[in-house]
Design a protein around this ligand. Structure first.
Ligand SMILES: *Cc1c(COP(=O)(O)O)cnc(C)c1O
Length: 349
């Protein structure tokens, strides 16, 4: 979802942005008005995420998926090792791509348990002098999420935060690189936000292809080639909206409440609904659960759709039901789902 107020503002400005008589999609990306939009999107993210001056914010294309390759292409030289903590399907893809570039050490994985937990910090054994350690703060498909107390990572920390960025406070200063495809919590698809610590730029090989080189992109102010102007514009509006509702701390409280409502509906359902993630690792963004059998899963998703609750069918790899409750989902949307769950449970008990 995007906040309705963002869509309305984009609609109102669609034919004439800022009184220019042209759409944001029609003006040059080198023009002053677009530069102001990009600066505004960057300033909005910097303020909301409390990004310190040590870190640059970049707008890239190719999605979070390109980062699976770009991170090792820039930071995993021959002879080095990247540590990966694998808590779900996206982290698995990150490993697959990194292995095409260099040596990866999966230091922790919950695959054998179908990805229900995040590690206890005491279980982690880092490779000494690893080039970096990669983790996925929220696994979107399985619905498992790291809490706010992260393990003490020894090496530069790289985080795929695609599905929980802006949903809760993160300690940006503890990270060397954070990346996030925009389409879950920041804006529309087609833009990937990268927050990178400046000193990492010095580690990039000189012969790196420019379009895959964070240093070149940073030097060009995210305009090495034509950026996704529309996407960056929508990000600037989402930042305005989020500031207006009280920023990340306020939305974190709302997100906690939304997740609490859903998980208590699951836990008090007398076995009609069973959560996928272990309680300690439950995601506040993607609530995954299943019914007693696959037929009921399908019936639940279909009847929910009929009741105006769409997109509940779980990812094809996991089955079951997944309620994605990103920032723009209001509490009322979650309450409607909780009511539907109770009513469906009574009819099918
Ligand atoms: C959606 C998602 C991705 C993939 O994002 P694209 O922008 O489609 O490449 C990667 N990681 C996580 C955690 C995601 O939720």
């Amino acid at each position: 979802m995007l906040p309705t107020s963002v869509l309305e503002r984009a609609r109102d400005e669609l034919l004439s942005f800022d009184g220019l008589g042209m759409s944001i999609m029609e003006i040059s990306h080198r023009s002053r008005p677009f530069r102001d939009v990009l600066d505004k999107a960057e300033a909005g993210l910097r303020e909301l995420l409390r990004v310190p001056d040590t870190h640059r914010i970049l707008f890239l294309q190719g999605g979070a998926s390109l980062q699976f390759s770009m991170v090792p292409m820039n930071f995993l030289p021959e002879g080095a090792v990247a540590d990966h903590i694998v808590t779900g399907a996206w982290g698995t893809k990150a490993v697959t791509e990194a292995r095409k570039c260099g040596h990866v050490n999966v230091i922790w994985s919950d695959e054998a348990n179908r990805f229900r937990t995040v590690p206890d910090p005491a279980e982690l054994r880092f490779t000494p002098n690893a080039a970096y350690v990669h983790y996925t703060s929220n696994e979107t498909i399985e619905g498992v999420q790291f809490g706010n107390d992260l393990p003490a990572f020894g090496s530069p920390v790289v985080c795929d935060a695609s599905s929980d960025i802006l949903s809760k406070r993160i300690e940006v200063e503890d990270h060397a690189l954070i990346y996030a495809g925009a389409q879950k919590n920041i804006g529309p698809s087609g833009v990937c936000v990268v927050i990178i610590r400046q000193d990492m730029l010095d580690r990039i090989p000189q012969e790196q292809a420019s379009s895959l080189d964070y240093r070149a992109i940073a030097q060009a102010g995210s305009m090495l080639n034509t950026p996704n102007t529309w996407g960056i514009y929508i990000i600037s509006l989402v930042c305005d909206w989020l500031r207006g509702v009280g920023g990340v701390d306020a939305i974190e409280e709302t997100n906690k409440e939304k997740a609490r409502l859903l998980y208590s509906a699951i836990d008090s359902s007398d076995g009609m609904y069973t959560g996928h993630a272990a309680r300690s690792s439950r995601s506040r963004m993607n609530v995954t659960f299943h019914l007693p059998d696959k037929q009921l899963d399908a019936q639940f998703a279909a009847e929910a759709e009929g009741a105006g609750l769409s997109g509940l069918k779980g990812h094809r790899s996991l089955g079951g039901i997944r309620a994605s409750i990103y920032n723009a989902m209001p509490v009322e949307g979650v309450e409607a789902l909780v009511d539907f769950m109770a009513e469906f449970g009574r009819r099918n008990a």
